[in-house]
Structures are given as structure tokens and as C-alpha cells.
Design a protein around this ligand. Structure first.
Ligand SMILES: [Fe+2]
Ligand SMILES: [Fe+2]
Length: 307
């Protein structure tokens, strides 16, 4: 049987020991922190007697958009559990991992909302309206196969880590609580990323042809997990302009280092379809590089244009 004929359930079977190993590694390096301990509750004010207004926390629209989108994304991530469990047989360790992952993602939403409400960095009414709209639309990705699923989540965890880290760096200097909260969340995302990055690495040893095709598909169609958020495009543009997360970060901080770490260019023994997919993957990277370069030239042109 050629490797491209290996059904996904065979990868699931063969990767069992790697899932157990990576899950144990995750659990052996616990990041136990409590959301309630991160928040100086005495600094909070009652929204009934002191309604929200933007001057209570001075920052740019891009930073506000990023906090809003990142928090709603965390709110919504447990929905992804549905997708992941859909690819996980009953007695497979990927299920146990998914339960742990879901609990950690839920903690991110909790602590971020506590910080948002105490710092008043974004409008709590807009935030709750956004959460209700996004969550009632049940937005989540539906990768067709297990290989596509782990490829997608690997990119998504890395992208989320970068988005939180860069948002933290743009918060006002005096917001030490916000920096700490986003730093804790980004630290968890690093561990999620490492789990999926290394799971994809293990899958590449089992069936490189199938995985390369999945990676190519997921790079080609990757979208941040925020597409159900009201006015997502407008927020995404602001977040990119702020230099927090956009095409440039997707290329330089997410895709390029991950493709390098998996040594995709050096993989041997790919079948015909996979060879074509690898060519398309590197062509996509060239297209992305050209788009990022064009955007940088436009931005430089705007900056240098006469007033
Ligand atoms: Fe998260
Ligand atoms: Fe995560």
C-alpha cells in the first residue's frame, strides 16, 4: 500500500504512543495558576455607579480590537473541542488531551475577562454582545481528516501565542496586571503549540505524504479562529496595522519557523501527490512573502508621503 492510501485511522493508531508521550510531557511541566489571584479586585469599580467610557483606559483602537478578538477567540475555543473529539476514537489518548486542553482554554477566557472588567480596557457591553453573537453562531473549523486537524491546530496555537504576546507588549506601561495576565495565557499557548508541533512532527515520520498534503491545505486556507466575531474584518485590519498580528506575523512568526522545524524541504520518499503539494506549499510561501513586501512598501510610501 502506498503511503497516500493509508487511511487516517491508521495514523491515529500509529500515533497513539506519541500522543501519550506528548500529553505526559505537558502534564509533567504543570502551569498551575489561578485566575482569581491575578486580579487586584480592590481596584475595581461598579459599572452601575461608574459606567464604562473609553477614557478610563487609554490605548489605541488596534490594541482594543486585539483584546476584543483574542478574548472572544478564547471564549469560543471550547467549541473546537467538538471538532477535535469528532476525530478522536473513544479509547484514544487524544480525547484525554482534548479535555485538558479545553479546561486550559476556558481558564484563559476567565482571567482575561476579569482583567478586562477591572481595567476597563474595552467596552463590556460590546464584548458581551460579541460573545453572544459569536457563540450562538457556533463557529468552528471542520478539517476533514485527523491529519488536517492537527495541522490546523498547530498553526492556530502558534498564531494565538504570537497574538497574545504581541498584545501584551503594546499595553500601556502602567497596566502591569494586563501584561501579567496575557503573559500567563501566552505561556499556556506555548505549551499547546509545542504539543501540536511535535505531534505533527511525529505524524510526519509515520506518513509524510499525507501530512505534507494536510499542511499545504491548512496553510493555503488558514484563517484566525475569529471569523464569527462581529465586524471581524475591520478588527483584523486594525490588529494588523498595529503590528500585533497580520499577514507578516503569520508568515514570519508562524509558518516559516514551523515549516523549518519540520524540515519539510528535506523530506524524502514523498509520493507524487505529496511532491506536488510540497511545491504548492513553497509557492504559497513565496506569494505570502511578496504580499508582505508589497504591504511594507505601501506603508513606507504612506509614511513618507507629503502631508
Ligand atoms: Fe487560549
Ligand atoms: Fe491554546
Amino acid at each position: 500500500m502506498e503511503s497516500h492510501d493509508v487511511p487516517d485511522r491508521e495514523i491515529l493508531f500509529d500515533i497513539r504512543a506519541d500522543v501519550e508521550r506528548l500529553f505526559n510531557r505537558h502534564m509533567d511541566a504543570p502551569r498551575l495558576w489561578y485566575p482569581h489571584e491575578q486580579i487586584p479586585w480592590g481596584e475595581g469599580e461598579d459599572f452601575q455607579t461608574s459606567p464604562w467610557s473609553p477614557d478610563q483606559y487609554v490605548t489605541s483602537e488596534g490594541v482594543r480590537s486585539s483584546i476584543y478578538v483574542n478574548l472572544l477567540t478564547e471564549d469560543n475555543l471550547p467549541y473546537y473541542t467538538t471538532t477535535i473529539l469528532g476525530h478522536a476514537p473513544k479509547d484514544h489518548p487524544i480525547r484525554e488531551w482534548s479535555y485538558q486542553w479545553t479546561a486550559e482554554e476556558n481558564r484563559h477566557a476567565m482571567v482575561m475577562r476579569d482583567w478586562v472588567n477591572i481595567s476597563r480596557c474595552i467596552d463590556p457591553v460590546v464584548l458581551e454582545d460579541g460573545r453572544r453573537i459569536q457563540m450562538t453562531s457556533g463557529e468552528y473549523p471542520e478539517p476533514e481528516t485527523f491529519s488536517d486537524l492537527i495541522s490546523y491546530v498547530a498553526f492556530q496555537e502558534r498564531a494565538t501565542q504570537i497574538a497574545h504576546r504581541n498584545t501584551a507588549s503594546k499595553l500601556p506601561k502602567e497596566d502591569r496586571v494586563g501584561r501579567n495576565v496575557l503573559g500567563l495565557v501566552a505561556g499556556d499557548e506555548t505549551k499547546h503549540y509545542m504539543f501540536y508541533r511535535d505531534l505533527v512532527g511525529a505524524a510526519l515520520l509515520i506518513d509524510p505524504s499525507t501530512i505534507v498534503q494536510s499542511l499545504e491545505r491548512q496553510i493555503e486556507r488558514f484563517a484566525m479562529p475569529g471569523t464569527g466575531i462581529p465586524r471581524f474584518t475591520r478588527h483584523a485590519v486594525r490588529i494588523a496595522r498595529e503590528g500585533i498580528y497580520g499577514l507578516q506575523q503569520f508568515l514570519e512568526d508562524v509558518v516559516e519557523p514551523m515549516v523549518d522545524s519540520w524540515k519539510i524541504s528535506a523530506l524524502e520518499g514523498l509520493n507524487g501527490e505529496a511532491e506536488k503539494a510540497r511545491e504548492r506549499l513553497f509557492a504559497s510561501l513565496d506569494t505570502l512573502r511578496a504580499s508582505v513586501a508589497r504591504a511594507a512598501e505601501r506603508a513606507a510610501g504612506v509614511a513618507g508621503a507629503p502631508a
